[in-house]
Structure formats: structure tokens, C-alpha cells
Design a protein around this ligand. Sequence first.
Ligand SMILES: Cc1ncc(COP(=O)(O)O)c(C=O)c1O
Length: 432
Amino acid sequence: MDATEIRRKQKELLFPNIATYYQEPLVVESAKGMFVRDVEGREYLDFFAGILTVSVGHCHPRVTEAVIEQQKKLVHVSTLYPTVPQLQLAEKLVQIRPMQEKAKVFFTNSGTEANETAVALAKEATGRQEVVVLRHSYGGRGVLAQSMMGNKSYRPRTQSEVSGIRWAHAPYCYRCDLGLTYPDCGIACAKDLKPLIETTTDGEIAAFMAEPIQGVGGFVTPPKEYFQVALPIIKAAGGLFIADEVQTAWGRTGGKWWGVQQYGVEPDILTSAKGMANGQPIGLTMARASVADKQSFSNISTFGASPPSMAAASATISVIEEEKLLFNAQMMGKVLREGLEGLQEKFKGIGDVRGMGLMQAIELVKDRGTKEPDPQAAGRLMEATKKRGLLLGKGGLYGNAMRIAPPLVVSKSQVDDALRIIGESLAEALHP
Ligand SMILES: Cc1ncc(COP(=O)(O)O)c(C=O)c1O
């Protein structure tokens, strides 16, 4: 089957609302390290890592071997039986946890499940129902996750909603809901959590769930004080802090395992998925032991703690440690950030540059003064970069944020190549 035939079959056989990038979706056949190859044999430098999932490069031999070895030994038992790969991974995760108190974990298959598990746990542990989430958030594709969605594009219009969810202002400094400017704002968006809880909830909540950096939202990066101002308000209302680290964990933000660590705060519950097993399906819910111990219903997951996924996650974490990828993400993130800021000086269509480590975004606008989003330019930039052999991501409520997030193994020369291609493509996309 050639690419045209595959695209035709996609239209014929798959659901029509599957989101894809590019006018002609890319048909990927294979991938290795920093590169993916399409069915026509063209190679692309991957600066989106399968939505921030390929942490240590495509088909990393250590991860591949670990999965193959595990496949030969034991593929499936469900969570009904503890296994060695599950406990080895759990032990490592508890060692690198971002909370002081000892933690416990539960494994599922996706970020959605990890988040739904976390919210159910918070409700059980506190005996309360109401949950505060952030506007512009993305939490997955279950009914609860869709009900918590802070982005209308991903919320089905006809679905009955889970009640008890309140949306707080996002710490989106470039487009502040309150019309303020950081740092003079005094982090008013975080302080607004107090009246939000007082006026729209029982006064006490089960949880506040937030991504340390909003991924699908376009890498919206809170100011450094945000969580330190927000969390005492949440605690005073009896709420637990759930950090959705589906995108921000595993060194992605540079120098640290977890996104929350960049903000000097601790979660009560943490979720992750994506980059944890380098592409094998996995979901993680981690909680302070005293919170985890409050659950009384029976938890089960058929494919949760799947031995090959457990083996892949342990191998991925080992590679991150041995190849010093927390450090590489920090260093390469700096080079990438400086390069993007350089491009912002050159191109007026770049309204904002933001992010941390290897999670950087540029937001495209028609005019820097009005900040009118330019999703058309973002679409053109996607095509122009693809034509030059570079894959980027796109996101944000307005579809105008370019998400740049290569695997953590990226080298300086690859960052330089990507910046050169982005520069050439911006010249084409912003002045068509
Ligand atoms: C922050 C965040 N949470 C949860 C999810 C849901 O994860 P999954 O697609 O694995 O269900 C995503 C997916 O993009 C995400 O970015």
C-alpha cells in the first residue's frame, strides 16, 4: 500500500473525527532515534516525539530488548497478580517520587485512566465531590476527563457531564483573563482560587488538578510562584493537589524528574503516562501512602501493569539515568529556547515564546499589539517544516501554538538544524 492508498483507506475505515496533522497526513513506516521515516522513504527529524512520548529516542535498543525479553517470559496476568517487573518499577518510582511522605502507585494504560483513578482517589480520600481544574487544561478522553476539559475542541457537545467541576483561571500570562501583567499582577489568577472555592463550591473541595505546564493548551507555563500561592488556598479548603504530569514528567522540563519540582511544591497525587515507557501503553497514578490507603473500593485493571510495559518503563528510566538525559534536556532546552527567542526578535508573527527544558512553544499572532491568534500561519508553518524534513506539534485553544518537544536524547547539531528549518519555514509561513 502506498501513502495515497493508506490515506484513502483511513477515510473509508476510521472514524472521521480522528485529529491528524498536515493536509496530507504523514504515513510513518519506521523510526530510529531522532528520526521517523515515511512509507515513501523520506526521513524527518522528530521534534514532537509522538506527543512527548518517545523520551529516549525511537526504538531505543535497551527498551526494545527489555520488551522482547519480557514478551518471551510473561505477557499478561492483569493486576490480580503482583509480578516482578511491576514491583521493580514501583520500587524505582517510589525512590524518585516528588513527595516527602512515602508513596504508593497504581498502573493503568493511559493518561486518561491515570487521571480518572486520581480523581476517584481524591474523592474517596476526602469524602468530597468537587474538583477545581484549570481552563485550557486537557485531561484525557473518559467521561470524567472530558467533563474536566478546559478546551472546548475536545469536549463532545452531546455528552452528559460529570458534575462538581469548577474551572479556575489558567496561569496563562500571555493572555491573562484578568488583563494583568506579570509580575505586577501579584499572581492574581492563583489568588482567585479562594473566591472561586468560596462562591462556587461547598467551601471544601476534593482536589485541585493541574498540569505543571499545560501541554495540549500550548505549553502554557505558570509563573514560578503560581503553585506556591495556589496550594495553601487548596489545602485550606481541604483539597488534595493532583499534578497531571502526563506530559511534564521524566525529565521533559529539564534537570528534574518531575514538572512540579520546578515549582518547589509537592503533589498529594501525581499522574503520568506518555514518556514513561517510551511508547509502550502505560498509566501511572502515584499518591502519598496515607492518601492511597484511604481507598476502600476494589481496584482492578485488565491490562494495567502489563509486564512488557513495566519492563519498558524500567528500561526507559534506566536510560534516562545512564545517558544523563535530565541534564541533556536542560542544556538542549536552553539552546532551543535561546534560538527561539532569536527568531522572535526577527519575526513579528511570534507573539510569545514559553516553556521549560525540551518543552518549548511559540505562539503565532497576526499582530503583536492585538495578539490576534494566527492559526492559518501555524498551519502553513506545519507544512513548511514538514517539507523541509522536520516534525513539530501544534496546539493551544486557538491552534496557533507550535509545540516543540524532541526526544530527550536530542543533540546540539539537531537543535541547530531544527532552528534553521523553523527560521526558513517562518519566512515562508508568515509572509506567504
Ligand atoms: C496533560 C495530559 N493529561 C492526560 C492526557 C491523556 O492521556 P492519554 O491520551 O494517554 O489518555 C494527556 C494526553 O495528551 C495529556 O496531555
